[in-house]
Ligand binder design. Structure first.
Ligand code: TPP
Ligand code: MG
Length: 878
């Protein structure tokens, strides 16, 4: 409520003054004066509240509404059929005991929002690049229902909603992995759609700024729930969209005022709250609050008393008005002021109930979309007021409506009647799907509207052009080692990326992405070499303009310096990593980040990238719990490989030497972009400098598969295997053991994760085919002599190397970095976590003693030399 008016006469003088300016000089002049007045108020320290929010009504005045050109009645008939079929999909899926679930109320509130888009705005992919649409996950039945009417899906498909094991069915939610030629974006984990959509729009502009893919007037539409907007990811990047003036981006927030458990803001107004947030972030905000049946009522509100009630009403009350009907609304809304009650005295209770909300009025929605696509200079958010469970009888707007999967016969009949669905009482219990005959006016209209817009959607492009492999030299250069120079694997990776950027074949597709860590990774030379993308260019002289590696921002910049937002940088990576599909133009993004702030931070986005079949490289730099040594507990990563292994199509590697990095990246480009396999790569790199040997002959295959023999022995009695920088400790342990006459082999394991995958595959294949010749796992092939014990050591938790235990037939000991990290020297940390050369030697000696290769006195000698402390605290408990 506005504060009490202490002097109404003075107030009306001010209002008269501004009214006369509006009438005589126009709205712009009036706004100018108001801004001046506001500035004056600011000088006195006041912050006017009207800057961010406007009254609770439609942003577009009736006189400025663009007129919807189509056939309203025809469209209503089509929309009603879509509504019915969407309902039928869910009701039929839940008719038996399978409890397949599904949602009715989300789509029923959003149907008009989608329909107007499909009829007039969403571009298909015929002869053009389609609009990119992030559908609200829970509205999937409605999208399937439209595809059914369009003839793309049949009744059997609809009956396979949520049944995907036996035959390809319809996925519960948008999942490109499960429906690769249909869904483009996984959205159902709340908050991911909004942030991914914002970065999609950002990348769309990046691609066109670099002249790779023309933008034309392609749009990104993001549909999301009002409850969903509470996810930090949903709002976390809206400032970027405003700052970057992403006019190609349109958010449609379905404000049905409810989430799963109850009201989104029972005690407040979510639309007003969101208006403030988005306007503050530089967006155009279009509120679609009231439907056209309200227009004549609002027109009668000369004194603004109805508006006062609208501004004050709480969302919790608004929900009641739909749940409890017209009489209740008259009494509890209009009757708040006797003059307002008078305005609706000619309306029946039924008329009052039917006063439609903006999001259910195609005219209002059309006007909003029309304004959104024609506005420039900023992204647009449409805040549409709707009713959750619209049309489903007594379950409309009730607090449990989100989870309705079954409806009483009465409610189904109410729905049928409300939307005039041609299903008789006799048939209704079967809940039949309804599709008019092919030659019916409805079907013709439907097809025509889509044909005009470039064909049906959703559609996903599964494949794009095959790329040519880059120049071999980029990789082979690194095969000869570092020639006594001490370098880090991060430097090696950056060298490969820098060379790839210059490659004639694929250079333009390489995009280095960082979340403000380029200097940490030694990438600052790229600032000047390729430039940092900025839609504004560089309108200032950089502080370091006189330096060789100055901070160069440019409109055509290649590098994405996204600032300190791992979620944002990852979303940008995902947009590029799926460009082969969404832009028909494969890109090869390399996202470099502190490995600790990778999967641990953004795993849900990485999972979604897997679903979306992203292709590209993730470089987890400064990795290793003891290799990144000074930064302490919150930086030192000893588990990102475990996390990456949970994503089925993510191939991860923990290499030690530069030639390994070169081989892995070369193979990655081959697999993802030449052979078109849907993988993405996670490669950890380190900041420890050491010498890199030349690549042993024939190692490539093993590097790719996950392990190869690095150091031989004539008669080995033990095998030391290791990964990352800890492989160097295994190499040192080999020397230590030699002093005691113990011969050992050293194996470099580039990926325990891939060795496990191979093991699982081979084991399963053997189990399913007992009559066929038994195959060996790759680990078994490598370790052909089963009697030689194996000691593994890595900079990761033991669980990482433990994964291959089933495939090692000999005695197997695993060392690792379980426990919280801490800062100290690398040597102290490795001793602390017991992964240093001494600890590896100790483990080897103990194993050889257990297997009767060493006797007690030999063991004692080694333990004494190593100064083994039996009371040393357990690293994962201190
Ligand atoms: C990250 C995440 N948390 C929780 C859920 C479970 N969930 C699914 S829908 C829903 C409520 C959605 O409300 P809203 O965003 O308002 O959408 P509506 O259905 O009302 O349109 C919740 C909590 C989810 N899908 N994702
Ligand atoms: Mg909601």
């Amino acid at each position: 409520m506005s504060p009490e008016d202490k002097d109404p006469i003075e107030t009306s003088e001010w209002l008269d003054a501004i009214n006369s300016v509006i009438e005589e000089e126009g709205i712009e002049r009036a706004s100018f004066l108001m801004t001046k007045l506001a500035k004056r108020l600011n000088e006195e320290g006041a912050i006017p509240t009207y800057n961010l929010t406007t009254p609770f009504r439609n942003s577009i005045p009736v006189k400025d509404e663009a007129q919807m050109p189509g056939d309203l009645f025809m469209e209503r008939r089509i929309r009603s059929l879509i509504r019915w079929n969407a309902l039928a999909i869910v009701l039929r899926a839940n008719k038996n005991e399978d409890d397949l679930g599904g949602h009715i109320s989300t789509f029923s509130s959003a149907a008009t929002l989608y329909d107007v888009g499909f009829n007039y705005f969403f571009r298909g992919s015929e002869g053009q690049l389609e609009d990119l649409i992030y559908y609200q996950g829970h509205s999937s039945p409605g999208i399937y229902a439209r595809s059914f009417l369009e003839g793309y899906l049949n009744e059997e498909d609809l009956d396979n909603f949520r049944r995907e094991v036996q035959k390809p069915g319809l996925s519960s939610y948008p999942h490109p992995w499960l429906m690769p030629d249909y869904w483009q974006f996984p959205t159902v984990s709340m908050g991911l759609g909004p942030i991914m959509g914002i970065y999609q729009a950002h990348i769309m502009r990046y691609m066109s700024a670099r002249g790779l893919v023309p933008r034309n007037d392609r749009k990104v539409w993001v549909f999301c729930g009002d409850g969903e907007m509470d996810e930090p990811e949903s709002k976390g990047a809206i400032a970027l969209a405003g700052r970057e003036s992403l006019e190609n981006l349109i958010f449609v927030i379905n404000c049905n005022l409810q989430r799963l458990d109850g009201p989104v803001r029972g005690n407040g107004k979510i639309i007003q709250e969101l208006e403030g947030s988005f306007r503050g972030a530089g967006w155009n905000v279009i509120k679609v609050v009231w439907g056209r049946k309200w227009d004549p009522i609002i027109a009668k509100d000369k004194e603004g008393k109805l508006q006062d009630i609208m501004d004050a009403v709480l969302d919790g009350e608004m929900q009641n008005f739909k749940a409890k009907g017209g009489a209740y609304t008259r009494e509890n809304f209009f009757a708040k002021d006797p003059d307002v009650l008078k305005i609706v005295e000619d309306l029946t209770d039924e008329d009052i109930y039917k006063l439609n909300r903006g999001g259910h009025d195609p005219y209002k929605v059309y006007a909003a979309y029309h304004k959104a696509i024609n506005s420039s200079g900023a992204p647009t958010v449409i805040l549409a007021l709707t009713t959750k469970g619209y049309g489903i009888g007594s379950r409309e707007a009730d607090n449990t409506t989100h989870q309705v999967k079954k409806l009483s016969l009465d409610n189904i009949k109410a729905f049928r009647d409300k939307f005039n669905i041609p299903v008789t009482d006799e048939d209704i219990e079967k809940i039949p799907y309804v599709r008019p005959p092919e030659d019916s006016p409805e079907m013709q209209y439907l097809r025509k509207t889509r044909a005009n817009l470039g064909g049906p959607i959703p559609r996903r492009r599964k494949e794009s052009e095959v790329l040519r492999a880059p120049d071999e030299k980029t990789f082979t250069k690194l095969y000869s080692g570092s020639e006594e120079r001490k370098i880090s694997t991060t430097m090696a990776a950056v060298r490969v990326i820098t060379d790839l950027l210059k490659d004639k074949e694929i250079g333009k597709r390489i995009v280095p992405i960082v979340p403000d860590e380029a200097r940490t990774f030694g990438m600052e030379a790229l600032f000047r070499q390729v430039g940092i993308y900025s839609s504004a260019g560089q309108n200032y002289e950089p502080e370091d303009a006189d330096k060789v590696m100055w901070y160069k921002e440019s409109k055509e910049g290649v590098m994405l310096e996204e600032g300190i937002t791992e979620a944002g940088a990852f979303s940008a990576w995902t947009a590029l990593a799926t460009a082969y599909s969404n832009y028909d133009f494969p890109m090869i993004p390399f996202y470099l980040f502190y490995s600790m702030f990778g999967f641990q931070r953004i795993h849900d986005l990485a999972w979604a990238a897997g679903d979306a079949q992203a292709k590209g490289f993730l470089i987890g730099a400064t990795s290793g719990r003891t290799t990144l040594n000074g930064e302490g507990l919150q930086h030192q990563d000893g588990h990102s490989h475990i996390l990456s292994s949970t994503i089925p199509n993510c191939l991860s590697y923990d290499p030690t030497f530069s030639y390994e990095i070169a081989v892995i990246i070369k193979d990655g480009i081959q697999k993802m972009y030449v052979e078109q396999k849907n993988y993405f790569y996670y490669i950890t790199t380190m900041n420890e400098n050491y010498e890199h040997p030349p690549m042993p002959k024939g190692a490539e295959d093993g590097i790719i598969k996950g392990m190869y023999k690095l150091l031989h022995a004539k008669k080995p009695v033990i095998r030391l295997i290791g990964s990352g920088s800890i492989l160097n400790e295994s190499i040192k342990a080999k020397d230590l053991l030699t002093k005691y006459g113990i011969e050992s082999e050293v194996w470099s394991v580039t990926s325990f994760n891939l060795l496990r995958k191979d093991g699982m595959e081979v084991e399963r294949r053997n189990q399913l085919n007992p009559n066929k010749k038994e195959l060996k796992t790759y680990v078994e092939e490598c370790f052909d002599d089963n009697s030689i014990p194996v000691i593994a050591s890595t900079d990761y938790m033991r669980a990482y190397a433990e994964q291959i235990r089933p495939y090692i037939k000999a005695d197997y000991t695993v060392l690792g970095t379980d426990g919280f990290g801490r800062s100290d020297s690398r040597a102290s940390l490795r001793e602390f976590f017991e992964i240093d050369a001494n600890s590896i030697t100790r483990a080897a000696a103990y194993t050889l003693f257990k297997t009767n290769v060493l006797d007690k006195s030999q063991l004692k000698q080694i333990y004494d030399d190593l100064e083994v402390d039996p009371l040393k605290p357990n690293p994962w408990e201190v």
